[in-house]
Structures are given as C-alpha cells and as structure tokens.
Design a binder for this molecule. Structure first.
Ligand code: SF4
Length: 311
C-alpha cells in the first residue's frame, strides 16, 4: 500500500522554483470553497484550528527528505486546503528554523490573519503568499464561498494588520476570473485594497487547471498584463512556464507520483520538472498507472492534466 506523506517533492513551483512542500491539512479541509479551486470542492468547510497532521511526524519526515534530495529553493507550507488551520503551525515553523536555513514560504488564503495567534505564528517565515480574489463582500462570497462566520471586512482587516507586523516579504496573489473579477471595474476595487495592504508584490493568476466549478473561467494573458498596470506595487502575471531541470535519471516511482498528483492535477511537463525526471520516463509510468486505474487524464485548455482517481 502506498503511504501518503506530509512532505512531498521537490515540485516545480511557478513562483518558488524547486519547492519542497509540506501538507498541513488533509484533503480537503479549508475555510474557503473557491469556485476555481484546483483541488475540487471543500468537504470540510471550517474555521476550527486543530493539529490536523502531527507536527512531530512532519518534522521527522522533513529531516529525512532534506537528507535524501538536492537542496530545494524553498520549503513551502501549503496543504490540501488551508495550512493555517493547523494549530501546530508555529511549532512547525520554529522546528524548521532549527533544522535548516532554506527559505520558508507559506501559501495561505489569508482568511485567518485576523487571529493574533496566526499572525504571531507566521512571524518567522521568510515569505507569505496570501490571497485576495475580490474587491467587495458580494464577490468574496461568490468566488471564495467562505465559512459563514467570515466577513470580507474581517478578512481585509487581518491582511492589513499582518502587513504592519510582518517584516518578511508578502506576495499577494490575486486570482482573477473571466467575466467576474477579471474586468477593469473590479480590478480597480481590488487595487484600492492593495494600496491599504502594501504587499511587496502582487501576482496575478487565473484558471490554468480544471476548477471546482465549470463556470470559473480564465482571463486571457493580454488582459492580465493590462490589469497589472493598475496596481501601485510591482505586479507580475504568474507564468505557466516551468523550469525543466532533470536531476535524476532513475525511473520515477509510483509512490512519489501518487503523492504529487494527490495534491493537484498536473501536466506532464510539471510532473517531470517537479520530480526531476525525464518526461519520457514519467510518461511510461503514467501510462502504466492509467491502465491500473490509479490515475486519470483529463483534457483542459489544450493540455492533458493527470490526477489521482479518488474513490
Ligand atoms: S483555492 Fe485554496 S483557499 Fe480556495 S478552496 Fe482551494 S484550497 Fe481553499
């Protein structure tokens, strides 16, 4: 039986290079249920902070993985949901700091930053990448479908307070949707909020993988580039390009492929880059595992994405 681990990768991240990921919540526990989520619909919509995965075991796994793979560019806390829901977050960050000097990034939807303890726990990270996908309460509910107790004002207040307290880098990710938030009037509302938050960078993103709801559409790249000029801080359009770096000529193993694809559907180029393997070797294994019905391929936006078959 394949053991699903809490530490995965390194995977090739569009923003962070080779990133060793740590999954802090199981599939799919989140404070949001975003219509564009590449993981599918949220099955446990919650604000309850708990030690969803045991921190001591995560640190053990991380120690072993760091010894086994070439040094990644980042260690990244993420999850099959919202990582700050894990109440052991602060303990984990302290533990990683004692273990290594590799930069530490946290990808979060930012919904819990109104909690003083969450802001305090994140203080020792190098980079925090929170999200902001809407400029008002109505679109916040439409796009992010948050837990009923979360208001837009509370979420914004948390982001503003975090900026005041955190001296590391903040890259604010804004995920725009065609015909919804990907229109100038809505982008300008978000840009006004960015003025209040003053992140170090803004990163504009859009649908590139199969979304939770079919009515979540991408914004074309030209539009994203024109929207990027509306922000008062440096703004990037997050590229789909990946760096193909082959670091091992050995054949990939079923377990590492399942671990990677259990997080999100990926195209062949990303799998190969993430695992540091030759694409033809990865393709052979993909074909074998598709025959075994362990994974499936879906065609979207002109490319095949591979994902695990969930029972
Ligand atoms: S996109 Fe992120 S915040 Fe939104 S539902 Fe998915 S995991 Fe949660």
């Amino acid at each position: 039986m394949t053991q699903i681990r809490h530490v995965y990768g390194p995977v090739c991240s569009r923003r962070l290079g080779r990133s060793l990921g740590i999954d802090l919540v199981p599939y799919k526990i989140c404070s949001y249920d975003c219509i564009y989520c590449q993981l599918g619909r949220t099955t446990n919509l919650t604000l309850e902070r708990r030690e969803y995965v045991p921190i001591a075991a995560v640190l053990e796994e991380l120690r072993a993985q760091l010894a086994a793979v070439p040094a990644p560019d980042y260690i990244t806390l993420a999850g099959s949901g919202e990582p700050t829901l894990n109440s052991g977050l602060g303990q984990l960050i302290e533990g990683i700091r004692e273990l290594t000097e590799i930069p530490l990034a946290v990808l979060t939807n930012g919904s819990l930053l109104w909690m003083p303890e969450v802001r305090a726990e994140l203080i020792k990270a190098d980079l925090v990448v929170p999200s902001l996908d809407a400029g008002d309460e109505a679109l916040f509910h439409h796009v992010n479908r948050p837990h009923p107790s979360l208001s837009f004002a509370t979420m914004i207040d948390g982001l503003v307070k975090f900026r005041r307290e955190f001296s590391g880098r903040i890259w604010l990710e804004i995920f725009l949707l065609g015909g919804v938030t990907g229109i100038l009037y809505e982008v300008d509302k978000i840009a006004a909020l960015v003025d209040r938050m003053q992140p170090d960078r803004v990163q504009l993103n859009t649908v590139a993988r199969p979304p939770a709801e079919e009515y979540a559409f991408a914004v074309n790249r030209e539009k994203l580039h024109s929207f990027s000029k509306r922000f008062s801080v440096p703004t990037d359009v997050v590229s789909e390009g990946v760096q193909d770096r082959i670091v091992s000529l050995s054949a990939p193993q079923e377990g590492e492929l399942l671990t990677l694809l259990s997080r999100r559907p990926c195209p062949l180029s990303e799998i190969a880059a993430g695992l540091g393997r030759a694409p033809n070797e990865v393709l052979k294994l993909l074909e074998k595992m598709m025959q075994q019905k362990l994974i499936a391929a879906i065609f979207k936006n002109g490319r095949y994405f591979y994902q695990t078959v969930r029972s």
